[in-house]
Design a protein around this ligand. Structure first.
Ligand code: ARG
Length: 400
């Protein structure tokens, strides 16, 4: 092997991976750092990667692509994993792995490498994407190969090889951050009966310390895609950053859950998805107004499946593409605005409106109306209830 492209984060793990790959394969190692909005300065990574032994580094701004091609389809689907998780880490993996493959092909590399451990979902997501897009590439996952077992081992390895160890205080959790969310796992969180410490959260205020007055926010959608906040049109990245700030100061978007990993075990995760939570709720409210009943109910079932596909790393699959085509079709009339009210960790709907609304006051009203004939209901109930009546008759005769 002559060239390996590594998905590089700048952290301790991927820094020592550069060295380890060079020692183990005697190959040139090229680093690829993806900006998916983790809010960190990526520029210093260049020096760091070179110091750790990379021959060069690609720093790739994937934020626009992440929003348009991954977050928005996810939002249109309305998918959650196990009814709670907004899929923040899962949805970022395919866009990162896609660019990793692009860089590897451009460089003529034989292999790609990543720093995901052998116990998690991320290894699966990275590797399924790589297999789908460039099946000829070899995949190297050092965590499944080397003898490093702990953070201490990693620090020792770094010291031995003169790799700069980040001076930042070690975080007691495994964190993953992007525009959409932050996840926290591991450390003291591994006991699902222990509440996280207050100062763990980086994106949201403690709900108890959030403002005593509620704040309203209005989100505008066009065909299922959010386009404005409080009447101002914003590009996708700016829109999400704006909503993260608004929701964050009211403590909206925290989730604490025990989830089923694809690799078999249950794990406990804490998530902050402030802006995403607003978008999820607002989008759902707008659909309630604009989707017909049967489409809405069918879409709910499809969303459960879609959530599994995203969680399992099955992004580049025929079923995901087919489901996206279905969801896109459902979004044709999901245009309008939703007003939310945020208060101490809660999000409530305060109003919704759409030119394509199927809600008709003249139909729903308790007042007198002339387009709905209440007498029609009798025949409807007689036929709709016929099977129940037959069942009832049978039981009555059988029992007597
Ligand atoms: N449990 C979540 C998931 O599987 C979060 C994973 C976070 N990844 C990480 N490397 N910390 O999507």
């Amino acid at each position: 092997m002559k060239k390996i492209v590594l998905a590089y984060s700048g952290g301790l793990d991927t820094s020592i991976i550069i060295k380890w790959l060079k020692e183990t394969y005697h190959a040139e190692v090229i680093a690829m750092a993806a900006d998916v909005g983790q809010g960190e300065e990526l520029a210093p990574l260049e020096e760091k990667a070179l110091q750790s032994g990379a021959s060069k580094i690609y720093i790739e701004d994937l934020r626009d692509e992440f929003m348009s091609d991954f977050i928005f389809p996810l939002l249109k689907s309305g998918a959650l994993y196990e009814q709670k998780y907004l899929l923040g880490s899962a949805i970022a993996r395919p866009v990162i792995a896609k660019r990793l493959v692009e860089v590897a092909l451009k460089e003529g590399a034989e292999a790609v490498a990543h720093g995901a451990t052998g116990k998690g979902n991320d290894q699966v997501r990275f590797e399924l994407t790589i297999k789908a897009l460039a099946p000829q590439l070899k995949i190297i996952a050092p965590w499944r190969l080397w003898n490093i077992r702990s953070r201490e081992d990693a620090i020792d390895y770094a010291a031995k090889h003169g790799i700069p160890v980040p001076v930042t205080k070690d975080k007691p959790y495994s964190m993953d951050r992007n525009l959409w969310h932050i996840s926290y796992e591991g450390g003291i969180l591994e006991d699902p009966n222990v509440e996280p410490e207050k100062d763990m959260f980086l994106l949201t205020t403690d709900p108890a310390e959030a403002p005593d007055t509620p704040e309203y926010v209005e989100i505008g959608f066009k065909e299922g895609v959010p386009v404005s906040v409080n009447g101002e049109n914003l590009d996708p990245v700016a829109l999400l950053i704006t909503l993260n700030n608004i929701a964050g100061r009211h403590g909206v978007g925290r989730v604490d859950m025990v989830e089923n990993r694809l690799v078999g075990m249950k794990s406990r995760g804490i998530y902050e998805t402030p802006g995403g939570t607003l978008l999820y709720y607002a989008h759902r409210e707008l659909e309630a107004l604009t989707l017909d009943r049967e489409t809405a109910h069918f879409k709910e079932m499809a969303a459960v499946k879609y959530g599994e596909l995203v969680y399992y790393g099955l992004w580049y699959t025929p079923l995901r593409e087919a489901l996206d085509a279905f969801f896109d079709c459902t979004q044709r009339n999901v245009t309008g605005t939703v007003r939310l009210k945020l208060y101490k960790g809660n999000v409530m709907v305060a109003g919704r409106s759409s030119d394509y609304s199927l809600y008709r006051e003249d139909l729903a009203t308790f007042e007198a109306d002339d387009i709905y004939n209440q007498r029609d209901a009798e025949g409807f109930i007689n036929l709709f209830g016929l099977p129940l009546k037959v069942q009832g008759l049978m039981k009555k005769e059988y029992k007597e």
